[in-house]
Design a protein around this ligand. Structure first.
Ligand code: NAP
Length: 250
């Protein structure tokens, strides 16, 4: 692997699950990686491992719901690795509750993390790219919950449908600046977010009854897709959603 000066990526939610694996896959593809999340110790472990294997990764302590902190945080990251050319908005979560039990605080928690943060991080970077003529790439991590309604996850599903739409809107706004914005919408993948559930009898039952291939993937199944969507050579795809879901919604 050769590290490419023009391939620097900022991945949010990099301290676990899909985000950690995105960092590893992009590092293997020659990216300098800025791994961002709140749990700095986890990020340090990830970056040490990537660097041990010949990559270049730096941790960035960032709470993406601290919207006013982005500018300084990106400045700090860029002081270490140079200009960021690609953003993966991956940090996200859900609160599982019936719609009738969801509070305003719950609603804001999900929307701030899954929608408002990607919006303002994207615009923060796009301003820099437009000023410097950089043809940046943004990948928003959505979910097949954007099309499959799941009881208990009404706000989450709504946030993921909204982020797919956000990708379209931003893609259109920046289409003539060469900035591509796409959504990667995974099906169920076993991560910290859901591992306990899918290892439980109820979770195993769901896998056997509702997953057509009676399996759920691990985060490595997204490696090729994230590399493709981030690639500066990928010029023609923008505003689209790539759903990697193993037939789970068919
Ligand atoms: N796993 C699946 O089946 C699946 C399917 C479809 C879509 N997704 C989506 O994939 C993304 C990653 O999910 P995952 O399964 O990998 O979950 P995960 O293992 O729980 O990881 C979530 C990540 O988000 C970070 N995060 C949470 N709140 C944050 C905040 N305020 N500021 C910065 N980072 C924050 C967490 O880091 P810290 O706690 O260190 O901040 C963590 O690294 C999410 O957007 C999720 O909706 C997952």
């Amino acid at each position: 692997m050769t590290i490419n000066e023009n391939k620097t990526v900022l991945v949010t939610g990099a301290s676990s699950g899909l985000g950690s694996q995105f960092c590893r896959a992009l590092s293997k593809d020659g990216y300098k990686v800025v791994a961002a999340a709140r749990r700095l110790e986890k990020l340090r472990e990830l970056c040490a491992d990537i660097n041990k294997h010949g990559g270049e990764a730096v941790p960035l302590e960032l709470d993406v719901t601290d919207f006013e902190s982005y500018s300084l945080a990106i400045d700090a990251a860029e002081a270490q690795v140079g200009m960021v050319h690609c953003l993966v908005n991956n940090a996200g979560s859900s609160i599982s509750k019936k719609a009738t039990e969801m509070t305003v605080k719950d609603f804001d928690f999900i929307m701030d993390l899954n929608l408002k943060a990607p919006y303002f991080l994207s615009t923060e970077l796009a301003r820099r790219w437009i000023a410097n003529g950089v043809k940046g790439r943004i990948v928003n991590v959505g979910s097949v919950s954007d099309r499959k309604a799941m009881p208990g996850h009404t706000v989450y599903g709504t946030s993921k449908a909204a982020i797919a739409r956000l990708s379209q809107q931003l893609a259109r706004e920046w289409v003539n600046q060469g900035i591509n914005v796409n959504t990667l919408a995974p099906g169920y993948i076993k991560t910290d977010l859901n591992e306990k559930y899918f290892d439980s009898p109820a979770g195993l039952d769901v896998i056997n009854k509702l997953m057509p291939r009676k399996r759920i993937g691990t985060s490595e199944v997204l490696d090729k897709a994230i590399v493709y969507l981030c690639s500066p050579d990928q010029e023609y795809l923008t505003g689209q959603t790539l759903a990697l879901e193993d037939g789970q919604t068919l």
